[in-house]
Design a protein around this ligand. Structure first.
Ligand code: SF4
Length: 199
């Protein structure tokens, strides 16, 4: 009988609770209580989960990002933990060392979070709006294309090339974003289209 009770409790317990439960079966209930108090609560129990994609390389591993109420900024959420997404078909829960260290670069003081602009002659960057950044980029691209677009080569053959500009895309883009990027770049006549993919 004692053996049966002990086995049931053994199966009911898991992890750190296992030792305490087994001890209780032997008649050490107080020891079990004291042991239970000493166990820290599961650190992700009060967090919110969001699924995302590692931005580092073309493998595009799935991540689960956990956030909790910030201790330093009351009322705000902050990311407290990141791990591989076990349901993701690409990585099945694994992350390489770079992906595993994602929390560090998210919290890095040197992380660029906004469009930044250094005025001509200035020695530092300043934050600007997305509207400003997009308009500035579009204007510089148009000016350069107007000046350097090659419609025909020396033989008179239509080539429609814009060789003074390059386009850097992201390897973690979806198929649809990649397709759109390709169409925009090639539609403008760009020949240099690159990204950080390692495949
Ligand atoms: S292989 Fe590493 S760097 Fe590349 S997406 Fe996966 S976790 Fe990120």
């Amino acid at each position: 009988m004692n053996m049966e009770l002990s086995r049931r409790q053994f199966l009911a317990g898991s992890g750190a609770g296992l030792a305490g439960t087994t001890i209780a079966a032997l008649g050490f209930g107080d020891v079990e209580s004291a042991h239970a108090v000493s166990i820290r609560p599961f650190k992700l129990a009060q967090t919110k989960e969001a699924r995302s994609t590692c931005p580092y390389c073309a493998v595009s591993c799935g991540m689960v990002i956990f956030s909790a109420q910030s201790k330093s900024a009351p009322g705000k959420m902050e990311i407290v933990h990141i791990e591989g997404d076990a349901d993701h078909p690409v990585n099945r829960g694994t992350l390489c060392p770079k992906g595993s260290a994602a929390l560090d670069y998210i919290r890095s003081e040197t992380r660029v979070k906004y469009p930044m602009y250094r005025k001509p002659g200035a020695n530092k960057f300043e934050r600007v709006s997305w509207d400003f950044a997009m308009e500035r980029i579009a204007k510089l691209m148009k000016d350069d294309r107007d000046q350097n677009f090659i419609e025909k080569n020396n033989d008179g053959t239509t080539v429609n090339r814009w060789t003074t500009m390059a386009f850097l895309s992201g390897s973690s883009c979806t198929n649809e974003t990649g397709w759109l990027t390709w169409k925009v770049a090639r539609g403008l006549g760009l020949l240099q289209l690159e990204n950080q993919a390692r495949i």
